[in-house]
Design a protein around this ligand. Structure first.
Ligand code: SAM
Ligand code: SF4
Length: 459
C-alpha cells in the first residue's frame, strides 16, 4: 500500500510541540509525507491539551471544522496526547469519526498504529507506556524552528497539585540521562541551532537513573550539575522551563552565574500569594519560601528576568486571599505573567471541592491581576529603551515584511528592521520603543554599539 500524507495539528505546551516533532520524525522515517494544512491530507492527527476544560473543548470543535471542510472526502482522524490519554475509549463515543486514539507515550508506535487502520481495522487505541528503547531523536527538518530547539529532559510529574491533570495525563517523572542530552546538544550545535530550551513539567526535579554525563560536573542538585554540563557544550544559548519553586535550589543561580550561555530568564510559577490557598493547592511551599527563591534570583550577577503563572478563583479563594496574590505580584515585579482562571478537571482532588468563586468574580480577579501586571511590565519594558540587547533572529516579524523578530537572552520579543540574511544570527539591537509584550529597536552596527547593555538592578 502506498504511504499516506499526514497533517498534525498541535495544541498546548512546548512538550506537545516537542512530541509532534518526534511523531513527525518517526512518521517521515516510515515513509509518510507530512503536509502543512489539513486540506489534502489522508490522515489528520490532533495532538491535544487537557490542562483546562476550554483547551479540551477546542479539539472537539476543530475536529468538527475539519470534517465540515472535507465532506465527501473525509480524512482518517486521530487524537493524540493528553486528551487521548485521559479519555481513552470515550473519545470514540464523543467524536465517532475519530479512528485513532494514541496517548502521550505512544509517539514511536504511530506508524504501526496508522498501518493497522489502513489495513482495515476500524478503531485503534494505544494508551501504553514508552518502550525502553524508544528514540528521542528529532529530525532537524521537523523542529518548530531552524534555530531554537526544544529538548525534553524530564517527562511526567510526581507533584499532584490538587487542581492539575498533568500527573494523570503524563504519568510519573522520568529523566533522560545527561550523557544522551549532552550528545544531543552538541549535535544540535552542529546542525546550526543557536538556542536550546530544556523542557519538562518541572525541569529542576531532574533526577536521572545514572551519573553518565554528569561526571566531573559538581553541584547541589542533578539539575544544576546538568546545567553546568550543558553550559560547557558551547551551545550559544540555553534556556529552561518550567522550574518548580520548592525544588529551586540557589545552586541553579550559581550555575547561571558561571556560564554566560545559560540565559537570563527563570520561569517560576507561584500560582497564588496566599498560604492557605497554596496549602489547598498542595504546592509544598509558602509565599515566604517562594519570595526567598525570588531574592536569590535577584541577587544573581546578571539581571535575570522572572516570569510566573497564577491561577485565580481556586475553590474557596476569598477576596482577601486574592489580595495576597496582588501583593506578591507587586513585590515580585514579574517580567511576564500567565494568568489562568481556575478550571475544574475531573479526577483531580480539587474537583471534589465546591467551585465557590462565581465566574464573574473569577473574571474580575483575572482583570485586576492583568491590570496590575500591565503596569509593572510597562515600567520594566520602558526601562530597556536606550539599551543594547543581543537578539537571536528567528524569522520575519508577523506584523511587517521589512522587520525581523527574535528573542533576547531574557526571553523578551524584539522586532527591528532587517531581512532574511539575518535569520539565525545573534545581533545587537538598540531598543527605541516598548510595547505591551515586545520591544522595538534598531540594529547596532558594531562601530556604533555603544549604548549600555543591561546589568543587575538597572531595569
Ligand atoms: N509544572 C508547572 C508548575 O508546577 O508550575 C506547570 C505546568 S501546567 C501544565 C501550566 C500551568 O497551567 C500551571 O502553572 C497552572 O497555572 C495552569 N493550570 C494547571 N491546571 C489548571 C487548572 N485546573 N485550572 C487553571 N489553570 C491550571
Ligand atoms: Fe501540574 Fe503541579 Fe505537576 Fe505543575 S507541578 S504539572 S502544576 S501537578
Amino acid at each position: 500500500m502506498s504511504k499516506a500524507s499526514i497533517y498534525i495539528e498541535t495544541f498546548g505546551c512546548q512538550m506537545n510541540i516537542s512530541d509532534t516533532e518526534r511523531a513527525a520524525s518517526r512518521l517521515r522515517e516510515a515513509g509518510y509525507r507530512l503536509c502543512e494544512t489539513p486540506g489534502e491530507a489522508d490522515v489528520v492527527l490532533f495532538n491535544t491539551c487537557s490542562v483546562r476544560a476550554r483547551a479540551e473543548q477546542k479539539v472537539y470543535n476543530r475536529i468538527g471544522e475539519v470534517r465540515h471542510a472535507r465532506v465527501g472526502r473525509e480524512p482518517l482522524l486521530g487524537v493524540l496526547g493528553c486528551v487521548a490519554q485521559l479519555e481513552g475509549e470515550a473519545v470514540f463515543e464523543h467524536a465517532p469519526s475519530v479512528r485513532l486514539v494514541a496517548g502521550t507515550r505512544a509517539t514511536d508506535r504511530l506508524p504501526a498504529l496508522i498501518e493497522r487502520l489502513r489495513s482495515g481495522e476500524q478503531r485503534v487505541l494505544d494508551l501504553g507506556e514508552r518502550l525502553g528503547d524508544e528514540s528521542w531523536e528529532v529530525s532537524p527538518f521537523e523542529r518548530h524552528s531552524r534555530y531554537v530547539a526544544f529538548l525534553p529532559i524530564i517527562e511526567g510529574c510526581n507533584k499532584f497539585c490538587t487542581y492539575c491533570i498533568v500527573p494523570y495525563s503524563r504519568g510519573r517523572e522520568r529523566s533522560r540521562d545527561a550523557a544522551e542530552l549532552t550528545d544531543e546538544v552538541r549535535r544540535l550545535a552542529g546542525q546550526g541551532f543557536r538556542e536550546v530550551h530544556l523542557i519538562g513539567q518541572n525541569v529542576n526535579s531532574y533526577r536521572p537513573r545514572t551519573e553518565a554525563g554528569l561526571e566531573g560536573f559538581k553541584g547541589a542538585t542533578p539539575f544544576s550539575r546538568l546545567l553546568r554540563a550543558l553550559g560547557s557544550t558551547g551551545m550559544p544559548r540555553i534556556k529552561f522551563t518550567t522550574s518548580f519553586p520548592r525544588d529551586f535550589h540557589p545552586d541553579i543561580v550559581a550555575a547561571l552565574d558561571e556560564h554566560e550561555n545559560l540565559c537570563d530568564w527563570v520561569h517560576l510559577p507561584v500560582q497564588s500569594g496566599n498560604d492557605r490557598v497554596l496549602r489547598a493547592m498542595r504546592r509544598g511551599y509558602s509565599a515566604a519560601d517562594y519570595l526567598r527563591r525570588v531574592d536569590t534570583i535577584r541577587e544573581a550577577r546578571r539581571r535575570l528576568s522572572l516570569t510566573s503563572d497564577i491561577i485565580v478563583g481556586f475553590p474557596g479563594e476569598t477576596a482577601a486571599e486574592f489580595e495576597d496574590t496582588l501583593r506578591l505580584v507587586e513585590r515580585c515585579q514579574y517580567d511576564g505573567l500567565y494568568i489562568f482562571k481556575y478550571s475544574e478537571r475531573r479526577g483531580t482532588p480539587a474537583a471534589g471541592l465546591p467551585d465557590s468563586v462565581p465566574e464573574e468574580e473569577k473574571t474580575a480577579r483575572f482583570q485586576a491581576l492583568e491590570g496590575l501586571q500591565r503596569g509593572i511590565q510597562s515600567r520594566l519594558y520602558r526601562g530597556y529603551i536606550g539599551r543594547r540587547l543581543e537578539v537571536l533572529v528567528e524569522g520575519e516579524s508577523a506584523k511587517s515584511e521589512t522587520d525581523v523578530k527574535g528573542h533576547t537572552t531574557c526571553h523578551k520579543v524584539v522586532n527591528f528592521k532587517g531581512d532574511a540574511g539575518l535569520h539565525g544570527q545573534l545581533v545587537w539591537v538598540r531598543i527605541e520603543e516598548a510595547k505591551a509584550n515586545s520591544l522595538y529597536g534598531v540594529r547596532c552596527r558594531e562601530s556604533s554599539a555603544s549604548a549600555p547593555t543591561v546589568s543587575r538592578g538597572e531595569v
